[in-house]
Design a protein around this ligand. Sequence first.
Ligand SMILES: Nc1ncnc2c1ncn2[C@@H]1O[C@H](COP(=O)(O)OP(=O)(O)OP(=O)(O)O)[C@@H](O)[C@H]1O
Ligand SMILES: [Mg+2]
Length: 356
Amino acid sequence: MSSEIPAPTEPTTDAAAEAADQHDPTAAPVERPKTTGLHVGDAKPGVAKVDPIIVADGVRRTFGGLTAVDVEHLEIPRGAITALIGPNGAGKTTLFNLLTGFDKPNEGTWTFDGKSLSGVPAFKVARLGQVRTFQLTKALGLLTVLENMKLGATGQRGERFWSSLIPALWRKQDAKIEARAMGLLAKFKLDAKAPDFAASLSGGQRKLLEMARALMSEPKLVMLDEPMAGVNPALTQSLLDHILDLKDEGMTVLFVEHDMHMVRHIADWVIVMAEGKVVAEGDPYSVMRDPAVIDAYLGAHQELDLGVVTGRVTAEEADPTTDAAASTSVDADELASAGTAEAEAEFAPDTEEKKK
Ligand SMILES: Nc1ncnc2c1ncn2[C@@H]1O[C@H](COP(=O)(O)OP(=O)(O)OP(=O)(O)O)[C@@H](O)[C@H]1O
Ligand SMILES: [Mg+2]
């Protein structure tokens, strides 16, 4: 949730540079084609995928008396962007933790790219090509941006005993890793920050650093837990573009997000969780019209584009399935305080911050 990240008090020069660089209000967002034909048969919870990268069965995790995750069957489609949505406490982060080896389930099995991952620790999962970012950014503040990036590289020779005794070997590799790190930092417009401590970055820049670091290991699957939370609106469009780029570069993306505008805009497939279970699946347009989903999660304001309500996008950029005119006339604060759904507050993190 956005509340975990301090309000971005960015140096004004940076904020201005970001705004000028990333957010040209006159530029229409470039629509990129959605990937379709991902599933087999009816789009219902647990539906088979044509080419799944993750297949999970009977994955259950309890905390005391509470069942946080209880997923009967789940397949994540390869080469597409899948959004995992659901109310607070639905079990999304817990499922991420289980699939990536950061937590162990009470029961259940799952495969990644055809290999069983049950009981495989997180660092090995990452080496196999499945990386994740955290809801709370984990950039190490007292390391420089470049050092953070280098930590993302896997299988470094210097880590191995015998080759670590031959400096020529690891020096050569270190230079290669540094070149890759600088290339990625440039792509994320963080190269000028390479020598700075990660602690000096804004919330949004730390999110970008985390994503860039995840890419150091050349993953097949990138899992992002609330990539937009706490991100300055000036950076959101560039973040969306980076995620779309991952797909264009052949990676699979699974992300958790409360921002429905983002989900509609970039997801090819949506999985809805509630109380630990998968309650709906489908393409973004059908899922968001599903009465069960609306009841459980979206509240009564389905016709609104919350990106427009919160000022993140203009009425012209509104999702065509929403009522742009109605969205512009809604006051985000009133909507958030209407109490129709707790989720509403989630949709307006920037407004919350402005009120303080
Ligand atoms: N380590 C833990 N110990 C005890 N309970 C936990 C733990 N981790 C998660 N839970 C509980 O499990 C449930 C699922 O939590 P989880 O963080 O997975 O939800 P989420 O869908 O990611 O929610 P949010 O949208 O708020 O991030 C919640 O009720 C939470 O309180
Ligand atoms: Mg979570």
